[in-house]
Design a protein around this ligand. Sequence first.
Ligand SMILES: Nc1ncnc2c1ncn2[C@@H]1O[C@H](COP(=O)(O)OP(=O)(O)OP(=O)(O)O)[C@@H](O)[C@H]1O
Length: 241
Amino acid sequence: MTIEIKELTKHYKDQVAVDNLSLNIEKGEFFALLGQNAAGKTTTIKMLCGLVAPTSGDAYLEGASVVHNQIAVKNNINISPQETAVAPNLTVVENLRLMARLYGYSKIQAEQRAIAQMNIFGLLTRQHEKAKTLSGGYKRRLSVAMAMMSTPKILFLDEPTLGMDVRARRDLWSILRQLKGHVTIVLTTHYLEEVEVLADRVGIMHNGKLRALGTIQQLMSQTGRPTFEDVFLELTEGESR
Ligand SMILES: Nc1ncnc2c1ncn2[C@@H]1O[C@H](COP(=O)(O)OP(=O)(O)OP(=O)(O)O)[C@@H](O)[C@H]1O
């Protein structure tokens, strides 16, 4: 098991953002966390990455506890967050080189890794453009490429295609498909089609609780609904906060 989440809970004052979440994610799996606004997806990812401390419960990433062994956790993971992490005044290649150097690669290795990532992420033609001049789609590609510079065992992608046009979204999907199986990926999204195209398994959250877990086929047969959209609407019915 790559990720074991055990009764993970986060309270913000009297608000329960994540409520007693338990689930396991297998090595190499592409797992999607779905839910309406305020369901608790980002808070879950932030707890798994050590950016927010749980109120109770724990999670083990490659065996290391997010509560007790954050350094070991951080060595195994990386994240492409909602607020993109690129340095706006550096070029594409400079951002990648900087990231590689931060992870301890030599100058030559950093250059080689930057070129390899630009190849995978279709960024070679943009390598000398400043990050702040890139479109949202390219900026996000750069952000994911930067997260991959540390060769993480687990990659978290928080709404990676938010606000992208259809083509940019599909381009990023085909890049993410290439990563499939090589790294465990946990993705949050509002786009059901994205989940259908990419995810091996889905967790659906509602008001901080896990409402359903399984493959799309399993959720469709459990609910007896004909489409994934119908499944989602049924499982997120009822008052939301
Ligand atoms: N720092 C914070 N302080 C107080 N409340 C917070 C904080 N962060 C999140 N919350 C609350 O926790 C709940 C879950 O938020 P979260 O951002 O995890 O949801 P989400 O599923 O990622 O939503 P979205 O799809 O809108 O990004 C919300 O009610 C939110 O208002």
